[in-house]
Structures are given as structure tokens and as C-alpha cells.
Design a protein around this ligand. Sequence first.
Ligand SMILES: C[S@@+](CC[C@H](N)C(=O)[O-])C[C@H]1O[C@@H](n2cnc3c(N)ncnc32)[C@H](O)[C@@H]1O
Length: 303
Amino acid sequence: MRVPHPIPYQGSKRNLAPKILSYIPSETQTLFEPFAGSAAVSIATALRKKCKRFHLNDINKPLIDLWRLIIEKPEETARQYTKLWNAQHGNEREFYDEIREKFNKTQRTDYLLYLLARCVKAAVRYNFDGDFNQSPDNRRLGRHPSMMKQDIIGVSNLFKDRVILTCQDYTKILSQAKIHDLIYMDPPYQGTFESGGFRYFQDLDSETFITSLYKLTERKIPFILSYDGRTDNKTFGKPLPSDLRLEKIEINAGRSSQATLLKRNHLTYESLYLSKAVIDKLGMDNEDIHQQELTHQTEMFIM
Ligand SMILES: C[S@@+](CC[C@H](N)C(=O)[O-])C[C@H]1O[C@@H](n2cnc3c(N)ncnc32)[C@H](O)[C@@H]1O
């Protein structure tokens, strides 16, 4: 099943989404993604029909405006992208700089989609004045408009009339979830294997974040958290307090591109933390979960 993914985004959970999905309890009502980005987990969940309603939130307003346009006006979004993509030919570098400047003045969503499709590593980077300052990837022209259109229409069909879109701080969103919902969190906090740290719209205060996890645990709200990770020999990120009683699972995320560049053979592992409410709903005990993970890793090894 081809998964549509219209917004190129560094840190997207696109490759890990099928694995994360296997821990979403059936009969979940609304899936909340308070740090939505390109919403890879919600897209995969909608495609597998594991959940009927979605709440996508991100602090980055132009990104949420882009989501709204993609979902509500897919044809128009695809047309705008095609127009920009076609206009760049023969003058690619200057055109990119011009659109970046215009985006910083207007925050227009069509400009943002074009910039994400063309910039280095699809990585959102802002300077201290809040201006988008990422450079273009001069080896690529950005996804072809026909592919982009397919993905835009694909996700619009998945989310239309089923999604709430908001642009708020995540703390405002967590309080809206109920016990039959699920929150999937992928905060920009713990850094990556690639660069040692994302530079998204803003950094996160770790104390406030941990307090939010305690509150969710107290309210028995099911949540799944992508938090830290490691390569074979190096761990990234601070450990979470043990009295949160989260179940940690390590997902084999393959070879890091940095390691490949350096011709090293390190595998990367991303951690996923399941709240007690999720484990109870899945009806699994801790041993079952680890057994499932071992089986999965063995299958990957055999393939
Ligand atoms: C690691 S990315 C999420 C990637 C996402 N899982 C995907 O599949 O594309 C983290 C996101 O959190 C957003 N963010 C940062 N601080 C936030 C805050 N205080 N509240 C809500 N969103 C925030 C960033 O703009 C960024 O899009």
C-alpha cells in the first residue's frame, strides 16, 4: 500500500510509522499529534483505518496553514506547487532565494511547500529573527508535481472531515485528550543521530515536558512517545524518570545516513515509550511487548 506523504520534513517518522502503528490500541477514538510536523504517524493510521478522528497540532503556523490548504483545497495546492516548480527552471538558485525572501515576508503556504521540497534535507531552519534560512539542495529540483499532486490528493481524502488542525503550544493540546483517545508525541527535544539536534521553530523546555507526562499518566491518558535513541555505541538524550513507569521499546531504524557517509556501519535505534494506559489497553504485559519486538527484529534480520 503506497503511503501518501506530501510534506517533505526532516525528522519525519515515515519509515518508523508502521512499527509505531502496531502499538496503537484498536478502538482508539481520536489520535492526537501535538508535534505533528509532516504527521507521518497520523497518515499511516488513517490509511490502515485504525482510527477515525485526528487532531494535528504544531507550533509552526505556516505549516498548519499548509496542512489546512492541502486537506481542504488539494487541487489548488497542487496547482500552486506545479506553478512554482515549473517557474524555477533555468534559474533555480535565484528563484529559490526569491521565494525564500517572499515567504519570510508573507508566510504563504505555497512558498513553504516549495521551500521544503527544495531545501537541504527538507530541514526547517530559522534564524534568530524567525526567518526561514535553509539553503537549497542544488542537486535536486524538488519532487515532481505529478507525484506531489498524487500525495496531496491522497492525504486530503484520508483526512477530509476527520481532522482538527490547531497551531498552539503542545501543553494546550494534551489537556483535550480523553481516556479513549491516544496521543502520539514526537517532540523536537532530544536531538537526532544526524546533527545532534533539530532546529525547528522553537526548542522545548524539558521540565515542562516531563511535568506534562506526569499529568497525562495521572489522568490515565494513553500516550506513545518518541524520545531518544542511540547508535551502536552512543546514546542521545537524557533518560526519563523511572516513576513514570513507561515501557521502553527500541526500534531498529537502520543505518544512519551520517554513518553511511563516513563509511561506518553503525545501526541506529530509536526509542519508543508506551504509557501504562497503552499497555493496559493492548492487553500485553511487558514480556509480550519485548517478545513482539524481538520477533520483529529477527524478521528484519532474516529479510
Ligand atoms: C520531530 S518534529 C515532528 C515530526 C513528525 N513526527 C513527522 O512525522 O513529521 C517536531 C515538531 O514539533 C513542533 N514543535 C516544536 N515546539 C513545539 C511546541 N511547543 N508545541 C507544539 N509543536 C512544537 C515543530 O515545529 C516540529 O514540527
